[in-house]
Structure formats: structure tokens, C-alpha cells
Design a binder for this molecule. Structure first.
Ligand SMILES: [Zn+2]
Length: 128
């Protein structure tokens, strides 16, 4: 699926380059990128396409941060948390310590889990 996306993007890029250079219609490309009819080449670049470079950096940063924090299960798009003892991240649906749906846990289960945690903690401190 990823390979198909890359091939598709390359094909679109190749098509754009072909339209611009082989049909001698670079004029509209220069017009919409802000590179013609300006007082200078670099003025046209920075007031046109070059002005969008920070936007690409922001979008790239958001994608990078998302990819750093999403679930490691293949095909899962949710954000994940660390699975203890492993280098992996897992979302609530795939985390081994998480049973059931995150939003369907009753108050009693939360109280029981907290009580069990406190008992483990007390036995660990009093046992040593
Ligand atoms: Zn997941």
C-alpha cells in the first residue's frame, strides 16, 4: 500500500514536470508560484512559493510528531503509550495491560484496580 502511494506520487510529480517543460507552458506555473511579473527573481520566489516553506515545515513537524507517538501495530492509526519492558508503543485497543474498551470500564473496576495496586505497594514496602 505504501509502495503504491509512493509510485502514485512519483507519477503525479512526473506528470507535472512533463506538463511544465514538454508542453512549453511554464508560464502558468511561474504565475502561480509567484515567480514571474515581479520586481526581482528572489522577491517573486519569497513572496510566492518560498513563502510557503514554513507551512511545509509545520506540516512535516506535525507528521513527524504523530509518527513518533502512534501505535506500533501495523495499520493502527491511534496514539499509543509505552508497553512496559518493550521498545513498543500501543494504543488502548492493542495494549496488553488494557482489557476491554477504555471508555466502558465501570467505577467499581477502577476502585478494585486501585485497591489492588495499594495492596501490592503496601506488601512490597512491608515485606522488605
Ligand atoms: Zn493500536
Amino acid at each position: 500500500m505504501k509502495r503504491g502511494l509512493i509510485v502514485g506520487l512519483c507519477a503525479v510529480g512526473f506528470l507535472i514536470v512533463a506538463v511544465i517543460f514538454w508542453t512549453d507552458s511554464a508560464h502558468w506555473f511561474l504565475r502561480y508560484t509567484g515567480a514571474d511579473s515581479e520586481s526581482g527573481t528572489w522577491y517573486g520566489f519569497w513572496s510566492g512559493f518560498g513563502g510557503a516553506i514554513p507551512d511545509f515545515l509545520i506540516v512535516g513537524s506535525i507528521i513527524t510528531i504523530y509518527r513518533h507517538h502512534n501505535c506500533h501495530v501495523k495499520g493502527c492509526l491511534r496514539l499509543g503509550k509505552a508497553v512496559e519492558g518493550t521498545p513498543y508503543l500501543a494504543c488502548p485497543a492493542h495494549h496488553p495491560a488494557h482489557e476491554g474498551n477504555k471508555r466502558s470500564v465501570s467505577e467499581d473496576i477502577i476502585k478494585l484496580a486501585h485497591k489492588a495496586h495499594l495492596e501490592r505497594e503496601n506488601s512490597a514496602t512491608s515485606g522488605t
